[in-house]
Design a protein. Structure first.
Length: 280
């Protein structure tokens, strides 16, 4: 049930904003019906909270104003008599301030959660997607793959000679090499594609709308960027890459990576620092 509500609120903006308005009106109606002796002010925070969590600042401000005006209208309509003329307007201002403070706090909480989620999805060393993020991205691409008539390519990249760097120069130097190669890989990969570090010196990419020719062009582009970077001369590392072409991505990521790993094993047996492309 909660998942369905989450999807509804995260969906189309018109639907979400209609729910915010409708709930504000319902709360006002309940407030009017029950009379001024029962306080329902806190429940106006529900549409305000929805606006904060799922929409933008403008909608949030409008929802706060709407909730405040609805409360004031309900207060007048319920027959609440005040001895001071300005009292209801003062109370409305207090509620506006209360709704605003809660909204600001929720904005901060949401911002912190978004930042933490992004951090959890990034490799701490290279700032590429990590294995968890890559799994989610793969599943999302696979679910939508039926909408595309173009193929996909999964590429696995291993650094050759990386162990020697760690053994002879230390892990700090090895980390520098990983960061430098990740930057090369990021710049050589289209923004519409997905690139991640799976761990150690292994990287992986998903190339969308890619056939054999596109895979060859990507391989050439990455090799050219690597050669121009001078990383091989500076550190002595090179890289091997295998690319497997799919009409549709396998349901399980492990099936795709296992096929690539097996191809990598065979390719390295014939010689390192080369690219092998195969159709699944």
């Amino acid at each position: 049930m909660l998942t369905q509500v989450e999807k509804l609120l995260s969906g189309r903006a018109l639907t979400r904003r209609s729910i915010i308005v409708l709930f504000t009106l319902i709360m006002g109606l309940i407030d009017i019906t029950t009379g001024y002796e029962y306080s329902f002010s806190v429940f106006y925070l529900i549409p305000v909270s929805v606006a904060v969590w799922y929409d933008n600042t403008k909608v949030t401000v409008l929802s706060i104003l709407g909730a405040t005006c609805m409360w004031l209208y309900a207060d007048f309509s319920s027959g609440h008599q005040y001895t001071q003329t300005l009292a209801p307007y003062w109370n409305a201002c207090v509620r506006f301030a209360f709704f605003s403070v809660v909204a600001i706090l929720l904005f901060k909480v949401r911002g912190s959660l978004v930042a933490m989620t992004k951090m959890a999805m990034k490799d701490s060393l290279t700032a590429l997607s990590n294995s968890r993020a890559f799994q989610m991205q793969y599943d999302d691409i696979r679910r939508n793959s039926h909408q595309s008539s173009h193929g996909f390519a999964v590429g696995v990249i291993d650094l050759d000679g990386f162990k020697n760097i760690n053994d002879s120069l230390g892990h700090s130097k090895g980390d520098d090499v990983l960061v430098a190669f990740a930057e090369i890989l990021r710049n050589a990969t289209r923004s519409t594609d997905v690139v991640a570090r799976m761990g150690g010196d292994e990287f992986i990419v998903i190339l969308k709308r890619t056939d054999a020719k596109g895979a060859e062009e990507y391989s050439a582009r990455l090799r050219r960027a690597f050669n121009e970077s001078g990383l091989k001369e500076q550190s002595g590392v090179d890289f091997s890459m295998v690319i497997i072409l799919f009409d549709h991505l396998p349901e399980d990521l492990d099936d795709a990576t296992h096929a690539a790993d097996m191809l990598m094993y065979k390719a390295k047996a014939l010689g390192k620092s080369q690219t092998t492309i195969q159709i699944a």
